[in-house]
Design a protein. Structure first.
Length: 446
């Protein structure tokens, strides 16, 4: 009996099982699943059409009239089945100078209403196919809606970051010929990691992390010379040589290095746009420890962002932001004297800031902490061995056997870390298999 049926039975004042069954058999009280599906289909047809092209187009025309009353803009191409949408927030966003710097284009075959878009949206386009021609028609349609004064008055994309969709990138390059297309580093690493884990490529488990770290050195190289050197290291590495298919895969990716290697972006205006804080903020955070690395907003920044969100601000509204004062002292008291060295940095925004933090000092601290913890581990293991030798009984034999079986399975640092982290933890309940993305969407309700 389902939870729904238990609720029905508990609401009725019944004394016998026969009466219970009669109530549950009454479809007016306990409708069948087919009836529920039918009612849902009828509701869906009323609000979203019956899945035919004509019905969907009629619903879109009705929605278009309602949306435009609230200031939204929508274009519909019936033949190509393309819809372009521009909300008031999107329209106001195009009037700001920072919109001409970099734009992230993402496509998804399925959307979750709990997902947030992240940055400030500039436009939405819905289309049915994933071919180059279909993408091109969709982007041209959106471009027509944005008109020539979009993207900070430039009317053209300057820098565009995408995932590795060839059809999408070809369409963007055709629609915006003056733009520079970049590959998202997250998608590059994700694609390589999936390639390494694909069983048909026969990459040993203990070598996968090592191989992707070789690629990471190429990706995060600070200049072109180091980038080429890191690539040579990957090709000549003894472990890489065991997997010729991996070297060939990276060589194909290397041909497009200007799209994903960070050192080739030194002259592009993308600082602070990649979800990481600028180098100088990270340096201050590392040196002073107690300073927030979140960039502070000026009064003008707050007013501009409020105008994007609300559309219009009165003088009283602007005065509200003017009254916001930041603390005059953002540095806490320091126990140690800090010497600040001034560097003659290149004006190029991509030049790395060298030696802001002494790497040698950090390495020494890490080495000392490691030696101390390793010595503690050695002492604890010796204590465990002494306890084992003094407790020679049958139950201890089974425990030692299970422990040795677990230790025998440890073949790399990742498995060792997992073993040590879970040491002493017990779980009597079997985990239910779920999609990894569903775990990320769970909220802590404590």
């Amino acid at each position: 009996m389902s939870f729904h049926e238990l609720n029905i039975v508990s609401d009725e004042d019944l004394s016998t099982d026969v009466l219970h069954l009669k109530i549950l058999a009454n479809s007016q009280i306990n409708p069948r699943s087919r009836q529920i599906y039918y009612l849902h289909d009828e509701w869906r047809k009323l609000h979203f059409g019956n899945r035919t092209d004509k019905s969907i187009y009629n619903v879109l025309k009705e929605r278009k009239a309602k949306y435009e009353i609230n200031g939204n803009e929508m274009l519909i191409d019936k033949d190509k089945k393309i819809v372009a949408i521009l909300t008031p927030i999107m329209r106001r966003s195009h009037d700001n100078d920072f919109m001409k710097d970099i734009v992230f284009v993402d496509s998804s075959g399925s959307c979750d209403q709990t997902n947030t878009i992240g940055g400030i949206p500039l436009g939405i386009v819905l289309h049915t196919g994933q071919s180059t021609n279909n993408y091109l028609s969709a982007f041209e349609f959106l471009k027509k809606l944005i008109v020539s004064n979009g993207f900070g008055g430039k009317g053209e994309l300057n820098i565009c970051m995408t995932d590795d969709s060839l059809a999408e990138r070809n369409a963007l390059q055709t629609c915006f010929p003056k733009s520079t297309l970049l590959l998202c580093t997250f998608h590059v690493l994700q694609a390589v990691w999936r390639w390494l884990w694909d069983s048909k490529h026969n990459i040993n488990v203990e070598h996968r992390k090592y191989l992707i770290n070789l690629l990471r050195k190429i990706l995060y190289s600070s200049n072109e010379h180091e980038c080429v050197k890191a690539m040579d290291t990957l090709i000549s590495d003894n472990i890489s040589k065991k997997y010729i298919n991996y070297i060939r895969y990276i060589e194909k990716l290397w041909q497009r290095r200007t799209e994903w290697c960070l050192c080739y972006r030194s002259k592009l205006s993308i600082r602070g746009q990649g979800a990481a804080f600028c180098k100088h903020l990270c340096a201050v955070h590392e040196m002073f420890s107690n300073i927030s690395i979140s960039p502070t907003l000026s009064t003008t920044d707050r007013i501009n962002l409020a105008k994007i969100a609300l559309g219009h601000l009165t003088k009283d509204d602007e005065q509200f932001f003017n009254n916001m004062t930041l603390p005059t002292t953002i540095f806490g008291s320091l126990n140690n004297e800090v010497h600040v060295k001034i560097f003659n940095a290149d004006k190029s925004c991509g030049r790395p800031i060298e030696n802001i933090i002494s790497n040698k000092t950090l390495d020494i601290n890490i080495e000392q902490k490691y030696e101390a913890e390793a010595e503690r581990l050695k002492d604890n293991l010796n204590k465990v061995l002494n306890l084992v030798t003094t407790n020679k009984d049958y139950s201890m034999i089974n425990i030692l056997k299970k422990t040795n079986n677990k230790l025998q399975k440890v073949r790399n640092s990742a498995q060792l870390a997992a073993l040590l982290v879970n040491l002493g933890k017990q779980s009597t309940n079997k985990n239910i298999g779920v999609q990894p993305t569903s775990i990320a969407r769970r909220k802590n309700r404590n």
